[in-house]
Each structure stands twice: as structure tokens, then as C-alpha cells.
Write a protein that binds this ligand. Structure first.
Ligand code: SF4
Ligand code: SF4
Length: 349
């Protein structure tokens, strides 16, 4: 049920849909499954960590999707990089030997990624399973001893250089926050040689004091661009799976950035979930289909933790979906229920 054709057409039509697997999420079997199911569901872009093993797992997922449906339009592969300290680029850490044996382990139950384990029968490591931790930080305040910390895991742009030159990575996302001019300049010096190879450059930024001046400064710095530019409004980072209320911040931030009339597309993230399309439509911010890029409307949505949580159930048994077609079909149906929301024209009552 294609509603648009290429990923760039989707941007122009206000139907762009991106899956974020996570800037520091490195569970390769899960990444393969997510790329497979969401490609088949019709996403325009997969946004992954700057780790060659993760990129390979995502590409294999896309190839597998193409063997299931040769008419599928290949989604862009986007890699996320950080300018300075950023919660998307960190991992939780603690010494499990220091945990009291009678602790009710609230850290385990609150973790949305099943990234903390004390069950050696299920996972051969105690404590944080680093590949699964994506830095959401929810475990930190629930530890009664306060002994969960984080360590940063900055992305290394040099690791992805050959993959960009080879055309395997077609998009980059630079994560920043208002006022981080020195860190952004440093990152820009490292990545500007990649720009001629890209189809899309995204700038991901949360709200903060001086946001509009900061985005205008970035625009001046990076212009002119030979590729599409996306402003990713990171409303409430890594929170889409928490519930309905999480989406308000990203809708509000998109209105703020749209009011600035910067050239480029505005795409929401951070708190996106099942309620986001309805809230954007109710706010008059999503009009699709429409010709051209209406600067008063958002061009698309990126789904992260919510999209991953939707498919968690199908990954519980640890079965490879290539061996379990029923499981894959069920996962794709669920993925489509999310992706098709932005790809379907609004209902007029
Ligand atoms: S709750 Fe978040 S930060 Fe803590 S281990 Fe799980 S994914 Fe990592
Ligand atoms: S909540 Fe703190 S003390 Fe309890 S198991 Fe988790 S990390 Fe250990």
C-alpha cells in the first residue's frame, strides 16, 4: 500500500517516516529484525548507531526485506553522531556485586530495553547488558543506593567514512543542543567532507534557551547544502513508550521551529508514539497529501523507543524471524499499524 514513492518524495509530501533504532543501541539480532520489519512496513529511513557492526546488521535486515518484497523502495540508512555530551550517546553502568541480595531490583523492571539482568540462565552477564542499553536514564533514579551511573559513548565519525563513500550510508544526523557552538563546530569540521555523498543531513536538537538563534547559526554555518536538510525537533528524548503525554513536547517544539521559517524540513521526534499523528493533525500541523513542502507543516515523524517496544513481544523467544515466518508477518502487521498512520490521508468527517 505505497502512499508515496522515494524517501525524498515522502519528505516533500509530509509522509516521511523514520525508525530510530538508537544512537547507542547495539543489539545486532534486534537491529536486524527491526530493520527487516520496519522496511517491510514502509519506513523511509533507518537511523542507527555509528558502529559498523550495527550498520551491517541494519543493511542485512533491509536486504532481507527486499527479498521478501522486491518492489520495496529501499529506505535511507542514517547514522547519528553527537556534538558534545548527549544522553543518546551513553550507557548505564554499575557493579552488580555491590547490590544487596534483598534489593527488589526496580532497575530491572523499569528498563524498557531489558538491558539489566541478574539471571545467568537468561543472560551470561550480570548487571547492564551494554549492547541493549540505549542511555534513557530511567534506571538511575530508582536505585535506592544511587549507584547506577552512566558513561558516555561518543560516536566516532571516522568509523563510518568508508561506508558513506561506498554509498551504504546515505544520511547523517548531528545531535546537538542550544549553546553547544564549540562542540558543533568541532563535529562539523570532521563531517563536512561527507556532505557531498549524502541525500539527507538532519540536525537533531531539543528545546532550550536561545534555540531559534542557535538553529539560525547552524543554518548559516552549514549552508549551502547539496542535499535535503531536516530539523529534528527532539521534544522529550527517548520517551515515546511512556505514554500519551510524552508526545505533547515534540508537537509543541515542532510549532516553535516551524514558526522560525528556516529552509529545510521539520520532522518530530522525542516522545513520538501512537498519538502523535492525531495530535499533529488536531493542531493543523500535518496536511497530507499535499504538493510541495508547506513550510507551516511538519514533513514527517521519527519513532524510536515506542516503535521498538511495539516489536519487543515478537523478539522475546529469541527466534530468528527468517525461521519463523508467522512471527515476521505478525511483527510487520504491527509495524504497519504505526508507519501507515502518517502515510494515510486524513479522514474528513
Ligand atoms: S533503563 Fe535505560 S539507561 Fe538504564 S539500563 Fe535500561 S536502557 Fe540503559
Ligand atoms: S536497584 Fe540498585 S541496588 Fe538494586 S539491583 Fe538495581 S542497581 Fe542493584
Amino acid at each position: 500500500m505505497p502512499f508515496s514513492t522515494t524517501p525524498l518524495d515522502s519528505l516533500h509530501c509530509g509522509q516521511w517516516c523514520k525508525l530510530i533504532t538508537g544512537a547507542s543501541f547495539q543489539d545486532l539480532p534486534q537491529i536486524h529484525h527491526l530493520a527487516l520489519a520496519y522496511s517491510l512496513a514502509g519506513v523511509d529511513c533507518l537511523d542507527v548507531a555509528a558502529d559498523p557492526a550495527v550498520i551491517t546488521a541494519a543493511l542485512e535486515g533491509v536486504e532481507s526485506a527486499l527479498t521478501h518484497n522486491p518492489e520495496l523502495i529501499r529506505p535511507f540508512l542514517m547514522v547519528s553522531l553527537n556534538a558534545g555530551e548527549d544522553p543518546h550517546f551513553r550507557k548505564a553502568t554499575f557493579d552488580p556485586q555491590a547490590c544487596p541480595s534483598d534489593c527488589p531490583r526496580p532497575c530491572v523492571s523499569i528498563c524498557p530495553a531489558a538491558a539489566i539482568s541478574f539471571d545467568l540462565a537468561k543472560y551470561p552477564e550480570l548487571g547492564v547488558i551494554r549492547s541493549r542499553c540505549y542511555g534513557c536514564g530511567r534506571c538511575l533514579p530508582v536505585c535506592p543506593l544511587g549507584h547506577i551511573l552512566t558513561d558516555s559513548q561518543p560516536a566516532d565519525p571516522s568509523l563510518i567514512k568508508p561506508l558513506i563513500r561506498a554509498g551504504q550510508v546515505q544520511a547523517l544526523e548531528l545531535h546537538t543542543r542550544p549553546g553547544e557552538t564549540a562542540a558543533f563546530l568541532e563535529l562539523w569540521q570532521q563531517v563536512k567532507e561527507f556532505i557531498p555523498y549524502l541525500n539527507v543531513l538532519a540536525i537533531s536538537c531539543p528545546d532550550g534557551e536561545g534555540l531559534q538563534e542557535y538553529l539560525a547559526w547552524i543554518f548559516e554555518l552549514i549552508s549551502p547544502l547539496p542535499c535535503a536538510l531536516i530539523w529534528q525537533t527532539d521534544g522529550r528524548p527517548m520517551s515515546g513508550d511512556i505514554g500519551d503525554g510524552a508526545t505533547r513536547a515534540c508537537v509543541k517544539l515542532s510549532e516553535k521551529v516551524l514558526s522560525q521559517h528556516l529552509p529545510g524540513f521539520v520532522q518530530v521526534a522525542g516522545g513520538t508514539n501512537d498519538h502523535t499523528v492525531a495530535k499533529l493533525r488536531a493542531s493543523g500541523l500535518l496536511r497530507s497529501p499535499r504538493p510541495g513542502n508547506d513550510p507551516r507543516s511538519v514533513a514527517g515523524i521519527a519513532y524510536g523507543s515506542y516503535a521498538r517496544s511495539l516489536l519487543a513481544e515478537f523478539q522475546k523467544e529469541g527466534l530468528a524471524w527468517s525461521e519463523a515466518p508467522d512471527l515476521l508477518n505478525a511483527a510487520v502487521t504491527v509495524a504497519q499499524s504505526l508507519v501507515h498512520q502518517i502515510k494515510s490521508p486524513p479522514h474528513h468527517g
